[in-house]
Write a protein that binds this ligand. Structure first.
Ligand code: ZN
Length: 256
């Protein structure tokens, strides 16, 4: 035995979660910013490292900002996109991809726009806030892959469609925008049908994701939480693991 009492407690909680996973017919993962922190993508809620510390989100990441000051919008997003596009998945993403490949989990529902689940090999990924993978013309709907947006910028630093004079917008859900109906209803169906919802790296405070565990509980399923810090669902969780997300998921995988 090594690692002291904390490791012992973690081992016990990981074994409990592994037993829940083994006993469930349908397991769905729900992930938030915390799973990408080990990949070097700061959680905007973390003081001192947050994306929104020095910038007002309503000023740059709001749909009105995109239409009102597209130059400033892209000034913020262009470097952020190339930074995000260069990030690599970590072992927490890897564990979920392995669990899907082995038929253990059905899908990953994520708030993250970073594509790291797909990069890690997960196949059924429901991105409720969209992703950086593509951008679209707001006028003719022409679609551009992330790598294809760079050549669209005009001298003002605004991405302009190659087919028409329309402005090109990343396919991420901005503040003030509705979530894509088809995507959110797929997420809701998955969570309602899950015997076990694994909530990973999310504080479960931002709607509509915050409402998804409730759907699992209402239909008689259970929820497990692998997240540092409190969530509104802690008292209803069958098990809560609050250590490092990579360590915790590796421990669960080892216990399966
Ligand atoms: Zn166009």
């Amino acid at each position: 035995m090594s690692g002291g009492p904390a490791a012992g407690t973690r081992h016990r909680a990981a074994s409990e979660l592994a037993a829940l996973i083994r006993g469930a017919e349908s397991v769905v993962a729900l992930t938030g910013a915390g799973i990408s922190v080990p990949s070097g993508i700061p959680d905007f809620r973390t003081p001192g490292t947050g994306l929104w510390e020095n910038v007002d989100p309503m000023e740059v990441a709001h749909i009105d900002a995109f239409h009102g000051d597209t130059k400033r919008f892209w000034q913020f997003y262009r470097p952020r996109f190339s930074d995000l596009g260069a990030k690599e998945p970590n072992r927490a993403h890897g564990v979920l991809a392995e669990l899907e490949a082995s038929g253990t989990i059905d899908a990953v529902v994520t708030q993250n726009i970073d594509r790291l689940h797909s990069k890690a090999g997960s196949e059924r990924v429901i991105e409720v806030h969209g992703s950086i993978a593509t951008s679209s013309c707001t006028s003719c709907r022409a679609s551009y892959p992330l790598e294809g947006v760079g050549v669209l910028f005009d001298e003002d630093g605004i991405a302009i469609c190659a087919c028409c004079p329309g402005k090109v917008k990343p396919n991420v859900v901005l503040f003030g925008e509705l979530l894509p109906e088809r995507v959110i209803s797929e997420a809701q169906d998955l969570c309602a049908a899950a015997d076990l919802l694994l909530c990973i790296g999310s504080s479960l405070e931002v709607y509509p994701v915050a409402g998804l565990p409730e759907l699992t509980l209402e239909s008689g399923g259970r929820i497990a939480i692998v997240t540092q810090g409190p969530t509104p669902y802690d008292s209803e969780a069958a098990v809560k693991l609050d250590g490092d997300v990579v360590d915790e998921l590796e421990a669960v995988l080892a216990a399966l």
